[in-house]
Design a protein around this ligand. Sequence first.
Ligand SMILES: Nc1ncnc2c1ncn2[C@@H]1O[C@H](COP(=O)(O)O)[C@@H](OP(=O)(O)O)[C@H]1O
Ligand SMILES: [Mg+2]
Ligand SMILES: [Mg+2]
Ligand SMILES: [Mg+2]
Length: 310
Amino acid sequence: MAGNTGAPLVLRLVAASVSVAEKAGAIVRNVFNSGELGVVEKDGKNDLQTQADRSAQECIVQSLSRQFPKVTIIGEEEPTGETVDESHLETRLSEEVLKVVCPQNLQSVKDEDVVVWVDPLDGTKEYTEGFLDHVTVLIGVAVNGKAVAGVINQPYYNYKAGPGATLGRTMWGIVGLGAFGVERLVPPADKRIVTTTRSHSNKLVTESIEAMQPDEVLRVGGAGHKVLLVIEGKAHAYVFATPGCKKWDTCAPEAILHALGGRLTDIHGNALQYHRDVKHPNTGGVLATYSDHDWYLSRMPESVKAAVKP
Ligand SMILES: Nc1ncnc2c1ncn2[C@@H]1O[C@H](COP(=O)(O)O)[C@@H](OP(=O)(O)O)[C@H]1O
Ligand SMILES: [Mg+2]
Ligand SMILES: [Mg+2]
Ligand SMILES: [Mg+2]
């Protein structure tokens, strides 16, 4: 089976995730093109699911669990119980990933040490409203509770460039090795740009953003998309001081940001935990930066910190 080459488990997982994230990204585009989004409201308030979330989740979880049957895989969406569409599966390994040398500390990781966190479509609200470049597919690899590797596919990257432009991109990274398919760019030095939620704001979010005294606030969809804005120098910080974001939203982006030297923590500065039995919400909120992380932590109002406990 493709997952059983001689490469270390973490590399094989990332190689499989790169291929399957591309497939999931294509599913996300196909569903949108079909015009039948099949939107349903989940239990939570302001929490949508579409056919693309369901099909991309099936693609990723089924493909990875067939290749890595002993690895714990946790996806955002509930299984649909429908028969698996075999044409949705992708079990090839990315050769580009298999070529790299796995960092020493990750070479002998065992199946039981790993949890894979899957967000088949991050930015669902924006997807249903046509903000297509906000959408990402996120596959994060955690080892002993720490985010160590991540894959992000952005299915509509370049879609504003018009016909002929290649649509979509896949980025991946391993902490201790670096990131590929995305480049670290430096944000403007003469102003402070903060990015936050577009569709899940509340008083705590607003208060904490104000406390950062930003020159500009980018209110956009998707946790993956916002971390990409930080990585690519479009924003200095992603500030989300409320509990709505889940482990599958942060695991892959955190690993890629860390691989490039940035930081992603809760709003108190604590590392996020990714063990298999951890509660899914990031109850302490999210703060992602490339530099000056401690400055943002120090500006966080005490009243917000008291309300957003880890
Ligand atoms: N109050 C809330 N309720 C439910 N989900 C929330 C939420 N706040 C944030 N999230 C989730 O966190 C992710 C990023 O949110 P946002 O785009 O608003 O910044 C989204 O993931 P999904 O789109 O994968 O569900 C979103 O659903
Ligand atoms: Mg969702
Ligand atoms: Mg998400
Ligand atoms: Mg999602």
